[in-house]
Design a protein around this ligand. Structure first.
Ligand SMILES: Cc1cc2nc3c(=O)[nH]c(=O)nc-3n(C[C@H](O)[C@H](O)[C@H](O)COP(=O)(O)OP(=O)(O)OC[C@H]3O[C@@H](n4cnc5c(N)ncnc54)[C@H](O)[C@@H]3O)c2cc1C
Ligand SMILES: NC(=O)c1ccc[n+]([C@@H]2O[C@H](COP(=O)([O-])OP(=O)(O)OC[C@H]3O[C@@H](n4cnc5c(N)ncnc54)[C@H](O)[C@@H]3O)[C@@H](O)[C@H]2O)c1
Length: 473
């Protein structure tokens, strides 16, 4: 059978663009279907880019505020400036990810919503196109929980918050996950009184508990954190929105000018017509195997829509695997064991692999845990930035199974551990690498030194060394 295209990619975000560009550069005939006028997806328009631009702008305002307290009218001006800066940053990257760039690679771009008509045919606006293979990369959207009254109030999500220009006095953020915390802190630094309402015992509940507790302590100077709190109702009020929540059996109401909902994501699969062609889904996500194949072997799914790990770098990693499999007919598999992430709060959090609790459950007595406080490192002491820790867990022989850190710039300097792990090197090998003094990543080699110290104080080895030194003398 003849098809219009070898490969049709649905969704022009991080995952879809990786697949389309990679496949086209290997000579495949590729169609890319994106329903929005611009390419780039959530990461560029409503996610990574605007949030990181906002975090940086807010950091600068916060620093200025610490030097000399800003007057209210100055805060309003700086808020508007910060939001304009966010738009400019998004536009700059948009220019780089322009449609023209992808058209030059030989890709046919369709601006329409795609829906399967049959297993090899897509309805794309008024047209139908056929393809031999498909990669679905349709991403995710904010999940709005079924809170009483939520449909009657004007709430913000990550898709609308970056459109604000006027500084609100106050904001309630429902959900203390990564989006909730990153955006709450940025808003607080821009002069908004922020209250975070989180259902679990701790904010950032996917992080190592010691790390998330430390973050809670640090950011509670800037944010009102209500954990273990269940939002019962939201309704319009004189100030904006009234949020009623229960905590420890008590019911309370807080009012705020704005409300942001950041309670997780749902995959964008509703309009794809997957039922029509029999692609399996569970809990609203597309089921894939380790080769990223759905139950229909010519259809793959990458990025947020398959619910694996909703990060841009994961969408990119999965996109590369999908190219190998859908274009070259290989059966490469994805592995998530060595995928780190960073929470861009101040201080930052680095997360790789198992948390201490998970690692103890899996490895029991075989687990070694190495911890260094930032307060014990010269550079962090010099900079008066001593709040934070590095925690690395290995097997008895030094295989890294988890690495976590909280501290200024941790997202950058901790990746050294991720690199060592990805290269299948043992943790202790970091101790032999000379680090410039006093670079921040010294704290990583300082932590690796602990491995040797532990081994040297291990009684049998220590005895043997003492015996040898005695003889050598
Ligand atoms: C506020 C926020 C901050 C974030 N920060 C980070 C970060 O710092 N680091 C990080 O790694 N990740 C971050 N993420 C997560 C990251 O944005 C996502 O993991 C990433 O965008 C997923 O890429 P994707 O290709 O799967 O989906 P997307 O980038 O969302 O792309 C999917 C595309 O498919 C299109 N589409 C959907 N359905 C159809 C259809 N039927 N037909 C045609 N087109 C369709 C959509 O319009 C969209 O453009 C953040 C997310 C948010 C919300
Ligand atoms: N720096 C980064 O890489 C980055 C930044 C932002 C987002 N992301 C990605 O986007 C994903 C989604 O982020 P998110 O923050 O929306 O999801 P999340 O799953 O990280 O956090 C959602 C939080 O909302 C809470 N919650 C859910 N329903 C609630 C309710 N009714 N009341 C109170 N709390 C409730 C949950 O307990 C959870 O803590 C992340 O998992 C991450 O993969 C990554």
């Amino acid at each position: 059978m003849n098809f219009d295209y070898q490969l049709a990619v649905i969704g022009g975000g991080s995952g879809g663009l990786t697949v389309a560009a990679g496949a086209a550069s290997f000579g495949a005939e590729v169609a890319l279907i994106e329903r929005k006028p611009e390419l780039g997806g959530d990461c560029l328009h409503y996610g990574c880019m605007p949030s990181k631009a906002l975090i940086q702008a807010a950091k600068e305002v916060h620093q200025a505020d610490q030097v000399s307290q800003l007057p209210e009218n100055e805060r309003d001006r700086l808020f508007e400036n910060a939001m304009n800066r966010v738009s400019e940053a998004v536009q700059d990257v948009q220019n780089h990810d322009s449609k023209e760039r992808f058209i030059e690679l030989g890709i046919d771009i369709y601006e329409a919503e795609a829906s399967f008509v049959d297993a090899h045919t897509l309805q794309v606006g008024q047209e139908t196109i056929t393809a031999k293979r498909f990669v679905i990369a349709t991403g995710s959207s904010p999940m709005i929980p079924p809170i009483n009254g939520v449909d009657q109030v004007d709430y913000l999500t990550n898709e609308t918050i970056f459109n604000m220009r006027k500084r609100p006095e106050s904001m309630v953020v429902i959900g203390g996950g990564i989006i909730g915390l990153e955006l709450s802190q940025a808003m607080a630094r821009l002069g908004v009184e922020v209250t975070v309402v989180e259902g679990s015992d701790h904010v950032l509940s996917k992080e190592d508990e010691e790390v998330s507790q430390m973050l809670e302590k640090i950011v509670s100077n800037e944010l009102n954190l209500l954990t273990d709190s269940r939002v019962e109702q939201v309704e319009a009020s004189g100030q904006g929105v009234a949020v009623t929540y229960s905590k420890d059996g008590e019911v309370n109401t807080i009012e705020a000018e704005k409300i942001l909902i950041a309670t997780g994501r749902k995959s964008n699969i509703g309009s794809l017509g997957l039922d029509r062609i029999g692609v399996k889904t569970s809990n609203g996500k597309i089921d894939v195997d380790a080769s990223l194949r759905t139950n229909l072997r010519h259809i793959y799914a990458v990025g947020d829509c398959n619910g694996s790990m909703p990060f841009t770098h994961v969408a990119g990693m999965e996109g590369k695997v999908a190219i190998s499999n859908a274009v070259f007919g290989l059966s490469r598999k994805v592995s998530y064991e060595k995928v780190p992430w960073v929470v861009y709060t101040a201080p930052e959090i680095y997360h790789l692999g198992l948390t201490e609790k998970e690692a103890k459950q899996r490895y029991g007595d075989q687990l070694l845990t190495f911890k260094t406080k930032l307060a014990d490192n010269d550079r962090f002491m010099a900079e008066r930035n001593t709040e934070g820790i590095v925690k690395i867990m290995t097997t008895n022989r030094g295989r890294i199974v988890g690495a976590h850190a909280i501290g200024e710039g941790a997202g950058e300097w901790m990746q050294e551990v991720g690199t060592i792990q990805a290269l299948n090197k043992k943790f202790q090998s970091l101790s032999n690498i000379v680090h410039p003094y006093p670079a921040r990543n010294n704290i990583v080699s300082q932590t690796a030194d602990l491995y040797w110290r532990e081994k040297l104080f291990d009684s049998s080895l220590n005895k043997a060394i003492r015996w040898y030194v005695g003889k050598f003398r």
